[in-house]
Design a protein around this ligand. Structure first.
Ligand code: 5GP
Length: 116
C-alpha cells in the first residue's frame, strides 16, 4: 500500500489549499510555489504514486485530468496564448510528491521545453 502524501489531505479538504475544481475523479488546486502566473496541479482523487503505477483502471481519471486542464486553461484566460501540461516521474523526472499530478502552467512565454 503506497504511503499517502499531502495531496490526499488536500483532496479530502483536511488541510487548506486553493482548490479550483473537484469532481468524482480529480481535484485541481493552485501550486503553493507557482512558477508562472497560472500554475495549477490536477490530481486523481485516488493515490497513484507515479506514472509507472498507472493501470487501465486509471484511464478515466487520467482522461479527466486532460479535459479539466482544458477547462481550467480557458477559465484562466490562457487557452489562446497557450500553456504547458507537465507530469514528472521519479527522480530523473524531478518528481517531488509521490501522488501523480499534472502541472498546468501558463500566463507567460514558457521558453524551451525542459525547465531548469
Ligand atoms: P513535482 O515536482 O512532484 O512534479 O511537483 C510537486 C509540486 O507540488 C511542486 O510544484 C510544489 O510546489 C507543489 N506542492 C508541494 N506541496 C504542496 C502543498 O502542500 N500545497 C500545494 N498547493 N502545492 C504543493
Amino acid at each position: 500500500m503506497a504511503e499517502e502524501t499531502i495531496f490526499s489531505k488536500i483532496i479530502r479538504k483536511e488541510i487548506p489549499a486553493d482548490v479550483v475544481y473537484q469532481d468524482d475523479l480529480v481535484t485541481a488546486f493552485r501550486d503553493i510555489n507557482p512558477r508562472a502566473p497560472s500554475h495549477i496541479l490536477i490530481v486523481p482523487n485516488v493515490l497513484i504514486p507515479t506514472i509507472n503505477d498507472v493501470t487501465e483502471a486509471d484511464e478515466a481519471a487520467l482522461g479527466r485530468m486532460v479535459t479539466v486542464a482544458k477547462k481550467l486553461a480557458a477559465e484562466e484566460g490562457i487557452a489562446d496564448d497557450g500553456y504547458r501540461l507537465i507530469m514528472n516521474c521519479n527522480t530523473h523526472g524531478g518528481q517531488e510528491v509521490y501522488h501523480i499530478h499534472m502541472h498546468l502552467v501558463g500566463g507567460k512565454p514558457l521558453g524551451p521545453m525542459l525547465l531548469g
